[in-house]
Design a protein around this ligand. Structure first.
Ligand code: UDP
Length: 257
């Protein structure tokens, strides 16, 4: 089947085997908006990948396959930007999933696209949808569904999404569940673009606070998150492991020059 290639090879940056799209936030928004305007044969899959996702992929071949087939992979997390600099292939800037979501929704002032919210707990999903429609009155919310369903219910959920036929499908099931879900279903989904948005609905609903700008600018958003949800400490251990792998790759590349 004909597949539109959105990112040229020389616009990609390889970080531990994953090819990131080296575009600014506004370039990425323009690219996604053009995908939302087109009729597509297959749902375009956008992944906002952070160091934790790359570390999971190292031991999960299925996630590696998902990453290899994504239409766009954006650098979500300063760790990715840091790695790109260490590896001498600097990425322009961080394109975090939560910011991408807002920047896309802002575009509804010019092109009012439709969206389906899949994921998070029922009250979180509902509140996130309410808050999104208050923030972006031109955004057409054509459906929503919480993310606590059995695998056997997937066919029914795909049917529900397809009946709503959204331009954009936001999937908040956590990493890597959401990436796998989109990959496994994208051939039969009637949505132009699907993005895994992790904990974004929790932030939109007001259940979790995004780090204030000062923390973001100091690149310690991860610490703010850890203070809010100390149970995430195990997951955050992936960050030093990721840094170690990047430095190791750098040293290996010197040895073989
Ligand atoms: N979630 C869900 N179904 C599941 C597991 C998780 O809908 O089976 C939701 C969860 O309620 C939360 C989001 O997925 O809203 C995951 O948030 P997290 O901050 O852990 O995202 P990540 O850091 O993995 O991107």
């Amino acid at each position: 089947m004909f597949r539109v290639i959105y990112v040229k090879k020389n616009e990609q940056v390889n970080i531990l085997g994953t090819l990131f799209h080296n575009k600014t936030m506004s370039e990425t928004v323009n690219m996604v908006m053009s995908m939302l305007r087109q009729d597509r044969e297959e749902t375009a899959h956008i992944i906002t990948a952070n160091p934790e996702m790359l570390m999971i992929a190292r031991s999960e071949p299925t996630l590696q396959e998902v990453l290899a087939h994504a239409d766009i992979i954006t650098p979500d997390g300063i760790g990715i930007v840091w790695a790109s600099r260490i590896l001498n292939t600097p990425i322009k800037e961080r394109v975090a999933g939560y910011d991408l979501l807002h920047n896309l929704c802002e575009q509804t002032n010019y092109y009012p696209f439709s969206v389906f919210l899949l994921g998070a707990k029922e009250e979180v999903n509902k509140k996130a949808a309410e808050n999104l429609s208050k923030l972006y009155p031109n955004l057409k919310i054509v459906g929503r569904k919480n993310g606590y369903f059995k695998e056997t219910e997937t066919d029914h959920i795909v049917e529900e999404v397809n009946k709503a036929s959204p331009d954009l499908l936001l999937v908040a099931l956590g990493v890597p569940k959401q990436e796998l879900w989109i990959y496994q279903n994208k051939k039969r989904l009637n949505a132009k673009v699907a993005i895994g948005v992790g904990g974004s609905f929790d932030v939109l609903a007001g259940y979790i606070k995004r780090a204030p700008l000062v923390w973001q600018n100091l690149h310690i958003e991860w610490l703010y998150r850890l203070l809010q949800e100390p149970s995430r400490w195990k997951r955050q251990l992936q960050l030093p492991k990721f840094m170690f792998c990047v430095v190791k790759e750098k040293i290996t590349s010197f040895r073989f020059k």
